[in-house]
Ligand binder design. Structure first.
Ligand SMILES: Cc1cc2nc3c(=O)[nH]c(=O)nc-3n(C[C@H](O)[C@H](O)[C@H](O)COP(=O)(O)OP(=O)(O)OC[C@H]3O[C@@H](n4cnc5c(N)ncnc54)[C@H](O)[C@@H]3O)c2cc1C
Ligand code: FES
Ligand code: FES
Length: 1330
C-alpha cells in the first residue's frame, strides 16, 4: 500500500542555502540543518547547545506561501531542524546577508555598536534580528526588545546589542524618549549615529528563488531513505493516515523541537519519520458552534507562532468573554520557549509529548478541550483532554493514530473568567516550574453578589502529568466569590490536591505547592477587581498591582566623560578589531577549521558513578562497529597525571572514578555521530564507594585537602569574642553564609583539533584554551614527547571566563594520544552537556563568621572560616581560596581579623577558575554578614559600610597599602547620580501602597586585587615583526576571548610605534611564537602583555628612528624598507615582569597585588511576592579603571561582568541529581544564565575620570577590568534582600533574615517572604525513626 501511495513520490529534496542551489538524495533523516550547514562550509552558524536553548545556531528559513502569495520568513534553531524538512525552502545563513567587505546594515551597526565581544553568539543574534526585519521592516523598540527571547550572550550584558538593534526602530528618537537627550554621554538611543548608517532596505536582500514560487511544480510526497532510516512527507491527510497505518511506529514530526532534543541530547534513535509540518490540513483556526456551545477549533499542527497570530486576529471581533480564553492562551504562549521554537513547534507536539510542565495543557484542561484523533481504519474519535494523559509522558493515543484537531470550549458569558499563569526560573525561554489555568463561571445573585457555578482549575508541574482538580469543579457551587472564608476553603482544597513528598523528583515541593495557591490568590483578586465587588474587609491594597511585572523598554547611559587623550591610538572608543568578522560569521573558532585529510572524531566514555572502583571496562561492542577506529584509555598515555598546581588528577580514570562524568576513555570514529553511538556501547562495571557531594557532607566526613591557609591581623585571645557583663555598647554575632557555584556557560564549548605531523612526533594543536603553554606542557608530559614538538595555537575563543584556564590540558592530551597513536587528525569538541558535566564551575562557598561590633556599627574583630567546594581534585582551588581570603575585607577596615580557608574534597567535577576567582565569594560573605548584623543592630547597612571604609594609607590584613583610594568619593558620587535617597523614598512609598509587590534598593562597593597571587605567573612576552611593506605582525602570549585584548595590544603597539592601527595584525596566539606564557587570566593580561608589547615596539621604534628622522614625511613602509636595506633587525621580542610583588603567605609580609580596581553599584528591583519573580528596575555603576586604553571595550567588560554577577547571585543555580549524584544542570534547558530581559531596565555606567594616580605603574595608568565589576552584580542580590525584608515586615515577620543564600532564586525569594501561603504550603522533610 505504501509503495502504491508513493509511486509518484520524490526521492530527493531541493533547497537553497543563500543563493546556492542544493539537491540531494542521500540524506540521513536524523541530520540536523546545523550539522548539514557546518559540514558544508557554512560555519558562521554555531553550535552552542544542540537543544534549542542558546540561539547560536539561528538561521532564517524562507518559504513561499502559495495561498497568500508571499514569502514567509521564520527564524529557526538549525540544531533542531531536520534538513529533510526543508524541501523547496531557502535557508538564509549569516554568510548570506553580508560579509566584512559589504556588511548588511545590521552587521555594520552591531560591529560598530560593540554588540559583539567573543562573537560566538553574534551570528545567531544577527539572524534573529534579520528575521524580525524581514517580517517587519519597521519594528518598534518594544518589538525589538521582545525579538531576542531565543538568544543568549555571555559576554556583553546585552545592552549594546539592544542599543544597536533599537537604532533600527521606527520609534527610535521619539520625542518622549528621555534617553535621547543625553549630551555628554553616549545615550542608549544612538540618534547621533543614525545618520551614519544605511537604513535597512529589504529590497537589497537576496531574492527568494523564483524556482520555488512557480505553480507548475505540484506538491508531491517525499520518500527519502538512507540505510534503515526513512523520511516520509505526505501532502494530505489521506496520505498521512495511510503512511501511519503502514508504519505505526513511525515518529510523526511536527516542529521536531521535542524529537530533536530527544535525539540530540537523550540519544533516542527513531528510524521512520512522517513529517506533517508542511501539510496544510492540520493548521486552521476557526470558531464553530454545536448545540449552542461555541468552541475554537485549532488544527493540531499549527505552529505556535501562527496560533498567536490567529488568536490576535480572532480577538479583534470577538466578545470580551471569548477574548478571556484567547488572552489566557496568548499569555502562556508569550512565555512559551523562544520565537525560534514557536516558529516551528506545534500544538499537537506539545500535547502529545505530554510533559507535566506543558504550558498549554493546563489551559486546555481547565477549558474542557476535546481532542480529535484519527487513524485510517476507524476514522476519527474524540478524547476529552481531561482523560488523555495516562502517566508521565504517556497518553491515550494509539500507535496508528494522529492528533488532528483540538476544540476548546469558549466562555459562554461575561461572568466566565479564565486566566493562565506560569512561573519559571527565568522569564524568557524557560520551562515552567509550575503553571496553571483557572476558570470560573459565576452567576449573579444580586448587586455585589456573585456565586460560583463551576470552578475549573488545572495545574502543571505538580504531578507526573498536568492535573485537573475535578473535585473542586462543583464543590463550591453557589458560594459567594469575594467571601474570605470561601477563599480559605478553596486554598485548603487546592493544597489537599497538590501534595508532594519532600523528595519529589524536580524538587522545590514547598515552592510548587505555594505557587499553586499563589496563582489562585492572584486569580481570586483579579476576578474581584474585574467584577468590581466591594467587600467591607477588602483592603484597596489587595487590588493594587495584581498583574505580573511588566518591564519598560531598557535604556541607560555610558558616561565616559570627555575624550581628551593626548596619547596616539589610546584612550579611544574604537570597537573590537574583529567585530566585523564576528558579525558576518567569518571569524573562525576551533571547530570552524575545515575538516583535515583523514580526520577522525573523539567522544568520551565517562563515569556514571560519583565514586566507585572500576571493575571492568569492555569496549568490544563499540569497536566492532564499522568506522570505529579505537578506544583510547589510560594505557595509551605515558604519564596519566595532570593538574594545574598539583598533579593529582588522572587524565583517564584507571581503577577508580571520583565524580560522575570523569573521563574513562575516548572512542575514536569516522564521525561524531558514530563515535557517540559507539561510546554508549562501552560497558563499565563499578563497585560503588562512599560519595561526598557538598561542603556540609565534607564537614561531616572531614573530607578536606591538606591546605590550611590563614591570615591574622591584630591580637586575638579568648576574650576577643566575649562581651563583659554590663557592656551594652558592643555585640558579638555569629552566622553562616552560603554561596552557590556558577557554570561558565561560555557559548563555545571546549575542544581541540590535533594534527599529527607524521614526523618526530610533532603535534599541532588548535585549542580553545586560555592557557596554550599549559596545553603544550600537559600534552608533552602525558605523551612523553618533548615540548619542542608540540605547538598549541589559539585564534580566538568563544568566551572563557576562567573555565578554559586549566581544563583544556587534559582534553588536548586525550585527543593527542589518539592522534599520535593513529597518526590521524583528531577533532574532539565537547557537546554542551559533556562540557557542563566535566569541566567544573565556580566554587560554591560557605563562610562561618563571628564578629564583634559596637552598637554604632564599628567593626572590632572578625573571625571567619571560609570553605570552598573544590571537587575531586585540587586544580586551582587553593588559589581561589587565597583570593577569597584576601577579598573578604572588601573595602572595610577590620581592626582585628583572623581568616582561615579550607578546601572541601568532594565527588563532583573539579571546580576551577571563574571570573573573579574567589574574590566575589570573599566579598559576598562580608556583605551578607553586614546585612545580617545591620538587621540585628537595627541600623541602616550603609551606615555600617561607610563607618568602616578603608582610608588612604590603611593597611589591609594581607599587608597591602590602600593607595589611590577613591571609594568614599565614588560612593558619594553614585549616591547622588543614582538619586539614591529619592529612590529610597519612592520605594518606601511604593511598598506602603502595595501588598503583592515590593521594591528594594541597595548600594554595594567592591575592591579587587590585580596580579596573579602566584608570583611566577606575573610575567609576559611579545614578539613583533615589521615587514618591508610596513605591516606589522604582532604576537603576544595572551589569548583573545572577547575581552578585546588583541585590540588593546594593537592600540599599544600603534601608540609606541606612532603608526596607524590598521598596519598592525595579530594572527593568533601560539607557543612557537611566544613561549612559556601564563594563562590569560586574573584581569592582568592587558597590563602585562601591554608592557611586553611596549618593550618590543620601543626597541623597534629605536631601530627605525634614524630612517624616520631621515624621511619625516615617509610612512612605516618607507622606514622599514630603508632599515631592511641597511641590514637592521626588524623583529624584536618584548618581556615584562610585574614589579614589587613579594608577598609571603607564611609571614604575611610583602606585597600581594600590584594595585586594586574599584567600583560601586546601586540597584533597585521589583519583586512579585506571589511568585518570587523579579525585575531590575535600575542599576548605576561607577568604576575606577584608571586611564582606559579603550573605553568602549572597558564599558563592555563592566556591563558584561555585572550581568554575569547578577546571574551568579540570582538565577544561576547548579543542581545535582539526588538519586545518582550526577550534575543535573547540563544545558540551557535547566541552567539559566541571564537573558535579554534580565538586565536592568535602566542601566547607567560611569567611569571615574581625571584622577591622579600616584602609585599606579601600568601602561599609561590603565587598569585591569575583566573581573573587578563582577561582584557589583551583588547589588541586585542585596536589593532583592531589601525587598524581601520589606515583604516580611508587611507580613508581620520581624525576625532578621538570616542565611539568605546566593543565588536567591525565585524559590528562595518567594519562600523567604514567609507569608500565610508559604506557611500553609510547607512540605516537611520526613523524619525516619531508626
Ligand atoms: C528550547 C525549548 C524550549 C521549550 N519551552 C517550552 C515551554 O516554554 N513550554 C512548553 O510547554 N514546552 C516547551 N518546550 C517543549 C515543547 O512542548 C515542544 O518543543 C513543542 O511544543 C513540541 O512541538 P513540536 O511540533 O516541535 O513537536 P515534535 O518534536 O515534532 O513532536 C513531539 C511529539 O509529538 C508527536 N506529534 C506531533 N504532532 C503529532 C500529531 N499530529 N499526532 C500525533 N503525534 C504528534 C511526535 O511524534 C512526538 O512524539 C520547549 C522545547 C524546547 C526545545
Ligand atoms: S545550538 Fe541551537 S539553540 Fe543552541
Ligand atoms: S559576545 Fe555573546 S557570547 Fe560572547
Amino acid at each position: 500500500m505504501v509503495n502504491a501511495l508513493f509511486e509518484n513520490s520524490s526521492q530527493s529534496i531541493e533547497f537553497f542555502v543563500n543563493s546556492d542551489y542544493k539537491e540531494t538524495k542521500n540524506v540521513d533523516p536524523r541530520t540536523t540543518l546545523l550539522t548539514y550547514l557546518r559540514e558544508n562550509g557554512y560555519t558562521g552558524t554555531k553550535y552552542g547547545c544542540g537543544e534549542g536553548g542558546c540561539g547560536a545556531c539561528t538561521v532564517v528559513i524562507a518559504e513561499y506561501d502559495r495561498n497568500r502569495k508571499m514569502i514567509n520568513y521564520r527564524s529557526a534553531n538549525s540544531c533542531l531542524l531536520p534538513v529533510c524538512s526543508l524541501n523547496r525552502k531557502q535557508i538564509i545563513t549569516i554568510e548570506g546577508i553580508g560579509n566584512p567587505e559589504n556588511p548588511n546594515p545590521i552587521q555594520k551597526k552591531f560591529a560598530e555598536g560593540n554588540a559583539s565581544q567573543c562573537g560566538f553568539c553574534t551570528p545567531g543574534i544577527v539572524m534573529s534580528f534579520y528575521a524580525l526585519l524581514k517580517l517587519n521592516p519597521n519594528p518598534t523598540k518594544h518589538d525589538i526588545e521582545e525579538s531576542f527571547d531565543g538568544n543568549l550572550c555571555r559576554c556583553t550584558g546585552y545592552r549594546p546589542i539592544l542599543e544597536s538593534a533599537k537604532s533600527f526602530a521606527s520609534d527610535c528618537c521619539s520625542s518622549t524618549d528621555s534617553s535621547c537627550s543625553s549630551s555628554s554621554s553616549k545615550s542608549s538611543c544612538n540618534s547621533a549615529f543614525l545618520n551614519e548608517y544605511k537604513p535597512y532596505d529589504p529590497s537589497l536582500d537576496r531574492p527568494f528563488p523564483s524556482k520555488f514560487m512557480s505553480h507548475d511544480s505540484q506538491e508531491i510526497p517525499l520518500f527519502l531513505k538512507q540505510d534503515n532510516y526513512l523520511w516520509i512527507e505526505p501532502t494530505n491527510l489521506g496520505e498521512l493516515l495511510k503512511a501511519k497505518a503502514a508504519f505505526p511506529n513511525a515518529k510523526i514530526v511536527g516542529g521536531n523541537t521535542e524529537i530533536g532534543v530527544e535525539m540530540n541530547i537523550r540519544s533516542f534513535d527513531y528510524t521512520v519519520f512522517i513529517n506533517i509540518s508542511n501539510m496544510k490540513e492540520t493548521k486552521s483556526v476557526e470558531v464553530s458552534e454545536i448545540d449552542g456551545k461555541k468552541s475554537v477549533e485549532i488544527g493540531a499542527n499549527i505552529t505556535l507562532s501562527s496560533l498567536i497570530e490567529s488568536l490576535k486576529i480572532l480577538k479583534i471581533n470577538s466578545p470580551t468573554h471569548h477574548n478571556r480564553l484567547y488572552d489566557a492562551l496568548l499569555s502562556n504562549l508569550k512565555w512559551f520557549a523562544s520565537r525560534q521554537i514557536r516558529n516551528f513547534a506545534t500544538l499537537a507536539g506539545n500535547i502529545v509529548t505530554g510533559s507535566p510542565i506543558s504550558d498549554l495543557s493546563p489551559i486546555l484542561m481547565a477549558n474542557n478541550a476535546v481532542l480529535t484523533v484519527m487513524n485510517e481504519s476507524q476514522g476519527h474519535r474524540q478524547i476529552p483532554i481531561r482523560s488523555f494523559f495516562k502517566g508521565y509522558r504517556s497518553n491515550d493515543l494509539k500507535s496508528d493514530e494522529i492528533l488532528f484537531k483540538i476544540s476548546i470550549e469558549l466562555p459562554s458569558n461575561e461572568l466566565t473568567f479564565v486566566k493562565a499563569y506560569k512561573q519559571a526560573k527565568r522569564k524568557d525561554d524557560d520551562i515552567a516550574i509550575t503553571n496553571a489555568c483557572i476558570r470560573v463561571s459565576l452567576d449573579k445573585k444580586q448587586e455585589n453578589n456573585f456565586v460560583i457555578n463551576e470552578l475549573n482549575i488545572s495545574y502543571g508541574g505538580v504531578a507526573p502529568t498536568t492535573i485537573y482538580l475535578g473535585k473542586l469543579e462543583t464543590k463550591f457551587k453557589d458560594s459567594k466569590w469575594g467571601d474570605e472564608q470561601l477563599f480559605d476553603n478553596i486554598l485548603d482544597s487546592v493544597l489537599e490536591e497538590v501534595k508532594f513528598a519532600y523528595s519529589v523528583p524536580g524538587g522545590m515541593p514547598t515552592y510548587r505547592r505555594c505557587l499553586s495557591v499563589s496563582f489562585f490568590t492572584r486569580f481570586w483578586y483579579q476576578v474581584i477587581k474585574e467584577l468590581g465587588i466591594r467587600e467591607k474587609d477588602l483592603d484597596p491594597k489587595d487590588l493594587e498591582n495584581l498583574e505580573e511585572i511588566e518591564r519598560e523598554i531598557t535604556r541607560g547611559t555610558q558616561d565616559i566623560g570627555l575624550l581628551n587623550s593626548d596619547e596616539h591610538a589610546l584612550g579611544t572608543t574604537n570597537p573590537h578589531l574583529s567585530a566585523l568578522k564576528q558579525v558576518t560569521g567569518v571569524a573562525r573558532y576551533v571547530d570552524d577549521i575545515p575538516k583535515q585529510n583523514g580526520e577522525l572524531c573523539g567522544v568520551l566514555v565517562m563515569s556514571t558513578k560519583a565514586h566507585a572502583r572500576i571493575k571492568s571496562v569492555d569496549a568490544s561492542k563499540a569497536l566492532s562497529l564499522d568506522g570505529v577506529y579505537d578506544f583510547i584509555t589510560y594505557n595509551d598515555l605515558r604519564h596519566n597525571k595532570c593538574g594545574a598546581i598539583v598533579k593529582d588528577e588522572e587524565i583517564l580514570a584507571s581503577n577508580e572514578v571520583f565524580f560522575a562524568g570523569q573521563p574513562i576513555g575516548l572512542i575514536v570514529a569516522e564521525s561524531k555521530k558514530l563515535a557517540k553511538k559507539a561510546a554508549l556501547l562501552v560497558k563499565v562495571d563499578y563497585e560503588p564507594l562512599e560519595e561526598i557531594i557538598t561542603i556540609e557532607d565534607a564537614l561531616k566526613k572531614n573530607s578536606f585537602f591538606s591546605f590550611n591557609r590563614e591570615i591574622k591581623k591584630g591580637d586575638f585571645d579568648e576574650k576577643t569574642f566575649v562581651i563583659d557583663e554590663g557592656n551594652r555598647n558592643e555585640f558579638v554575632f555569629e552566622g553562616s553564609c552560603h554561596i552557590g557555584g556558577q557554570e561558565h556557560f561560555y557559548l563555545e564549548t571546549q575542544g581541540c583539533l590535533v594534527v599529527p605531523k607524521n614526523e618526530d612526533n610533532e603535534l599541532e594543536i588548535f585549542s580553545s584554551t586560555q592557557n596554550p603553554s599549559e596545553v603544550q606542557k600537559e600534552v608533552s608530559t602525558a605523551l612523553g614527547i618533548p615540548m619542542n614538538r608540540v605547538i598549541c595555537k589559539v585564534k580566538r575563543l568563544g568566551g572563557g571566563f576562567g573555565g578554559k584556564e586549566t581544563r583544556g590540558g587534559s582534553i588536548a592530551a586525550i585527543a593527542s594520544a589518539a592522534a599520535l597513536k593513529l597518526q590521524k587528525p583528531i577533532r574532539f569538541i565537547l557537546d554542551r552537556d559533556v562540557d557542563m558535566l566535566i569541566t567544573g564551575t565556580r566554587h560554591p562557598f560557605l563562610g562561618k563568621y563571628k564578629i564583634r561590633v559596637t552598637k554604632d556599627g564599628y567593626f572590632k574583630a572578625l573571625y571567619l572560616e571560609i570553605y570552598n567546594n573544590a571537587g575531586y581534585s585540587l586544580d586551582l582551588s587553593s588559589s581561589v581560596c587565597e583570593r577569597a581570603l584576601t577579598h573578604c575585607d572588601n573595602v572595610y577596615n577590620f581592626p582585628k581579623i583572623h581568616v582561615k580557608g579550607r578546601l572541601a574534597k568532594t565527588n563532583i567535577a573539579s571546580n576551577t577558575a571563574f571570573r573573579g576567582f574567589g574574590g566575589p565569594q570573599g566579598m559576598m560573605i562580608t556583605e551578607m554578614m553586614i546585612s545580617e548584623i545591620s538587621e540585628k543592630l537595627a541600623m541602616d547597612p550603609n551606615e555600617i559600610r561607610q563607618k568602616n571604609f578603608y582610608k588612604e594609607n590603611d593597611i589591609t590584613h594581607f599587608n597591602m597599602p590602600i593607595e589611590d583610594w577613591f571609594i568614599p568619593e565614588m560612593w558619594n558620587t553614585l549616591m547622588e547620580n543614582s538619586q539614591y535617597i529619592k529612590q529610597k523614598e519612592e520605594i518606601n512609598l511604593f511598598n506602603a501602597k502595595n501588598r503583592w509587590k515590593k521594591r528594594g534598593l541597595a548600594i554595594v562597593p567592591s575592591k579587587f586585587g590585580l596580579s596573579f597571587t602566584t608570583r611566577f605567573l606575573n610575567k609576559a612576552g611579545a614578539l613583533v615583526h615589521i615587514y618591508t611593506d610596513g605591516t606589522i605582525l604582532l604576537s603576544h602570549g595572551g589569548v583573545e576571548m572577547g575581552q578585546g585584548l588583541h585590540t588593546k595590544m594593537i592600540q599599544i603597539a600603534a601608540n609606541t610605534l606612532q603608526i596607524p592601527i590598521d598596519e598592525i595584525y595579530i594572527a593568533e596566539t601560539a607557543t612557537d611564537k611566544v613561549p612559556n606564557t601564563s594563562p590569560t587570566a586574573a584581569s592582568v593580561s592587558s597590563d602585562m602583555y601591554g608592557m611586553a608589547v611596549m618593550d618590543a615596539c620601543q626597541q623597534l621604534s629605536e631601530r627605525i628612528k634614524p630612517y624616520r628622522e631621515k624621511n619625516p614625511n615617509g610612512n612605516i613602509g618607507d622606514w622599514a624598507l630603508a632599515a631592511y636595506f641597511d641590514r637592521v633587525n626588524l623583529s624584536a621580542d618584548g618581556y615584562y615582569q610585574t614589579p614589587d610583588l613579594s608577598y609571603d603567605w607564611e609571614t604575611n609580609t610583602g606585597r600581594l597585588y600590584f594595585y586594586f580596581t574599584n567600583g560601586v553599584a546601586v540597584s533597585s528591583v521589583e519583586l512579585d511576592l506571589l511568585t518570587g519573580d523579579h525585575t531590575i528596575l535600575r542599576s548605576d555603576i561607577i568604576m575606577d579603571i584608571g586611564k582606559s586604553i579603550n573605553y568602549s571595550i572597558d564599558i563592555g567588560q563592566i556591563e558584561g561582568a555585572f550581568i554575569q554577577g547578577v546571574g551568579w547571585c540570582t538565577i544561576e543555580e547548579l543542581l545535582v541529581q539526588t538519586n545518582n549524584n550526577t550534575a543535573f544542570t547540563r544545558g540551557p534547558g535547566n541552567y539559566k544564565i541571564p537573558g535579554f530581559r534580565d538586565i536592568p531596565v535602566e542601566f547607567n555606567v560611569k567611569i571615574l575620570r581625571d584622577k591622579v594616580y600616584k602609585h599606579l605603574k601600568t601602561v599609561k595608568s590603565s587598569k585591569g577590568i575583566g573581573e573587578p565589576p563582577l561582584f557589583l552584580g551583588a547589588s541586585v542580590f542585596f536589593a532583592l534582600r531589601d525587598a524581601v525584608v520589606a515583604a516580611r515586615r508587611s507580613n508581620g515577620v520581624n525576625s532578621p533574615l538570616v542565611q539568605f543564600p546566593s543565588p536567591c532564586t525565585a524559590e528562595i525569594l518567594r519562600l523567604a517572604c514567609e507569608d500565610s501561603l508559604v506557611k500553609k504550603s510547607q512540605v516537611e522533610p520526613k523524619v525516619i525513626l531508626m
